[in-house]
Design a protein around this ligand. Structure first.
Ligand code: NAD
Length: 263
């Protein structure tokens, strides 16, 4: 039981297809106690039974990260119900649809601000607000994607947000290292989730990743969950500021390994 005695909060479960669900499952199987959050009332109905599945029916809280008062309320609830916590999972991203297809230069300031606020600044704000609850040797994990490192068709605005998230992970890691808090990101390969459905021609991304990654397969939320559990546990006690790719090795490829008929 690698996570026995550990307590933490996971933000970003929408349903049992969510990457955050895969992380919750892996942590729970290793003995962790987990608090969950939901974005709005529609998702509350989905998240409550999931929390119950992990024995956390009394640890479910609202948290729309674009509302600072809900992050403050989350800290107060966690303090009351759990006291000290050992880990935080930030598995949240959002960009208006106009930012996820079409010509990049047409993105509006409004869409840009929303994407950066929900997908990037929220990690800083959650960290700042929940820091008083974090134990010495605690771990924060966020979720990123390769489209923040290199161009990916249609990923557009979210690519810019993920680039900012990657650097936020590194600056937070340096800043919080002195407090015994580690901060890492998993760069997951494409997975069919609610958030992914918003990205133009997502099926092509799945096919491309499967065809051109060294392992020739797409990743599952269980695989991301297991890697997440490692980064949240003491097994990774010397790892911080890392962007850990869980993508069947896709990120190492400079060119696809294809053979042409004419040699
Ligand atoms: P998902 O739809 O299951 O999860 C996204 C979550 O973000 C949802 O729970 C949603 O409620 C939450 N959210 C959106 N706006 C919010 C707000 N204002 N306040 C609070 N919560 C909010 O999809 P997912 O694919 O599991 O996404 C989780 C993370 O993984 C995201 O950061 C995403 O970019 C990242 N990621 C996904 C993939 C993929 O292919 N699915 C690949 C790499 C990284």
């Amino acid at each position: 039981m690698i996570m026995k005695g550990k307590k933490g909060v996971i933000l970003g479960v929408a349903n049992d297809k969510s990457i955050a669900y895969g992380i919750a499952k892996a942590c729970s199987e290793q003995g962790a106690q987990i608090a969950f959050t939901y974005l709005n009332d529609a998702l509350k109905k989905r998240v409550e039974p999931i929390a119950a599945e992990f024995g956390s029916e009394n640890l479910v809280y609202p948290c729309d990260v674009s509302k600072p008062e809900e992050i403050v309320a989350l800290r107060e609830s966690l303090q009351k119900d759990l006291g000290e916590i050992d880990f935080i999972v930030h598995s949240i991203a959002f960009a208006p649809k106009e930012g996820l297809s079409g010509r990049f230069h047409n993105i509006s300031k409004e869409a840009f601000d929303i994407a950066m606020d929900v997908s990037v600044f929220s990690l800083i704000e959650i960290t700042k607000e929940l820091k008083p609850l974090l134990s010495k040797n605690s771990s924060i994990l966020t979720l990123t994607y390769y489209g923040g490192e290199k161009y990916i068709p249609n990923y557009n605005l979210m690519g810019v947000a993920k680039a900012a998230l990657d650097m936020t992970t590194k600056y937070l890691a340096e800043d919080l290292g002195r407090d015994g808090i580690r901060v890492n990101a998993i760069s997951a390969g494409p997975i069919k989730t609610l958030a992914a459905a918003g990205i133009g021609d997502f099926r092509f991304m799945l096919k491309w990743n499967e065809a051109h990654s060294p392992l020739k397969k797409n990743v599952t939320i269980d695989e991301v969950g297991n890697s997440g559990m490692y980064l949240l546990s003491d097994l990774s006690s010397a790892v911080t500021g890392e962007i850990h790719h869980v993508d069947s090795g896709f990120n190492i490829m400079g060119m696809p390994a294809v053979e042409f008929e004419d040699g």
